[in-house]
Each structure stands twice: as structure tokens, then as C-alpha cells.
Design a binder for this molecule. Sequence first.
Ligand code: SAH
Length: 352
Amino acid sequence: MMNGDKINMDIRSFTVERLKEEMAAIGEKPFRAKQIFDWLHIKQVGSIDEMTDISKALREKLKERYTLSNIEIVEKLISKQDNTRKYLFNLGNDIIIESVLMKYSYGNAVCISSQAGCRMGCKFCASTVDGLERSLTAGEMALQIYEIQKDIGERVSNVVIMGSGEPLDNYDNLIAFLRIMGEGINLGQRHITVSTCGLADRIEQLAQLKLQITLAVSLHAPNDEIRKKTMPVANKYSIERVIAAAKNYADITGRRVTYEYALIKGVNDSTDNAHELAQRLKGSLCHVNLIPVNDVKENNFIRSEEQTIKSFAGVLESCGIETTVRRKLGSDINAACGQLRKHYKDKNIPKT
Ligand code: SAH
């Protein structure tokens, strides 16, 4: 087999069903599928040779036919303020991604990356500054959770896909990841949140799967005019279409949708903006999460004043829209989206 054929042949990215098909294709018994899956996702081994109840001959066959994703911690920062931990992982070939662990009273939540870099181009986001390096395999998404669990010696109970990357721009791998979570470490769909900048056609596709995951939509504006100023994706999908897709997701799945709204001083934070947003969302099964924007060196956006945030939230609430303001965790360790990865790359990788 040519090396190129091995792309997308990461054996850690296969669901049990897919592994059964693979076993059939190489003339092996179907029960091998679950056996291999357990080695990869329950025992979480780093190499095929560690699968001791599988014959040497089959192990050789697997090694020849598939790749096996592995990731390695290259840096770990622990916030002195609140126990938040930020991990930088190397996927191999110096492809760096980041994940964040947040400890809450209800359990451990991990924010994982779905791509190294991002091609969506949101102007306030550090992950997208250097574009997309590559999408992650399902195995690489799962490994972020496995490695953090090993590091802290505790179970992760909640996962948000809000690290770098646009998960719906890596759709097939995302779906495989979601399925593996249920089959492997028994992480229920209700404990997983997928955050998207609003790829409406993918949201429509996702709704059809009727999964129980939480959908979060990064809206960040009450209308297209303002949205286009910060989010290039707004040129492709109108805010109306994005919200319609999200409402449809809520209707089909019965799951409350979260709208994320980063408040940027003088850009999207007036009470008029809040009223316009409220009009659009009124009556739908949703929740708005207001995020005071994190400063990123590459842009000039400034977070809204405390009082402005309160007034904005007040308007939404008076219109009956459930609203929260995101607590700031780990600000001493660059815990916001893409910031640490960017910092690390700038420091370690020579500019050509
Ligand atoms: N691509 C997905 C998920 C990754 S970003 C998405 O767009 O939803 C996770 C969240 O952090 C998104 O809501 C994103 O818009 C927001 N975000 C990115 N940079 C930020 C910043 N500097 N300040 C506040 N929120 C930011």
C-alpha cells in the first residue's frame, strides 16, 4: 500500500461498526473489532504491539494497513487562580493543538480542538490568524480527553468542542468522534457540546442524525451587517438562515441551543443590538451566553465595560431569554481560544 492511501486510515478513528467492516475486508473474525476497539479506547494503548491477546500475525497486518494516532503533551500550564489547566499537544510533525481542563463542582470539563488552526477567519479569534494546518482525526479528538484523564487521574465528565478549529468543517471525523465517545468511554451525548461559527447546511445535516449533543452557535452579532464585520462566514450564510437551522435543530432534537455572543466594545454591545438579538431569538428553545471578548494581540477589539454587559444581559432577560455571562477562567494562562498555541508557535517555530 502506498503511504498516501493511509490518510484517513487511523485505526483509532474507527467506530466498532467500521472496525467490523475492516476485519471482514481482511478476512478476520468480527469479534476482533470490539477487541481492538477496547485496546484503543478503554485501555488506550499507544501502539498496536501492546494488544497482547491479538496474534502477532494480525498485529503485523494491522500495522501494515493502518496508522495509529498518538499525541504528546509538550506544555502544561496550571492557573494559579482557579485550577484551570491548559495543555499543548503535539500530534506529530510539530502540529500543535491545545486543550483546556476546567474543574467544576459537577465534574471535569475539557475543551478540545477539532482542527489545528482554522480557516473560518473570525477577526477576534487567535486560532485562525495563520489559517488551517489540518483537520484532526476522530482518534486525535478522543486522545485529548484520554491524555488529560491520565494526567489528572480523574474522569472527564463533560466535553466542549470549542478549542481551535471549526468542528462542522471537519464533519465526518466529528461524527465518528461522537460515536466513539458513546461506545468507548461512555461519555453520553448530553455531556458533549459542539460549537460552530454557523455552517448552516452542516447544522441541518447534523439535526437529521437526531443526536442528543448540545449545539452552540457563535452568533456574536444581531444582524448580518455587524456580523460581516467580524465573521467572514456571514457572507456565506445569512443570520436568518443560521438561526433557522439552529431552531430546526432544537425542534428535531428537543435540545436547547446555546448562542454565544462575544461582547466587543462599540461593535455589537449597545442596548439596540440587544433588542434586535432578542427579537430574533424570542420564543425559541435557547440560551444566550455572553462572553466579554478576550483581547488578542493581532486585533484591536476591546471588551465591553462591566456596566454595558449588565445592561445587554438585562435587555435579553426582560425579553424572556435565558442569559448567562461566561465566567472568566484561566486568564493568567492564556486559556482563551488559540492564544497559547499561537504564542507557542511564534516562540518556537522560526519564521521563513
Ligand atoms: N469554530 C467554533 C468553535 C471554536 S471557538 C465556533 O466558532 O464556535 C469557541 C468560541 O470562542 C466561539 O464562540 C468563538 O467565537 C469564541 N472566541 C474566539 N475568539 C475569542 C475571543 N478573542 N474572545 C472571546 N471569544 C472568542
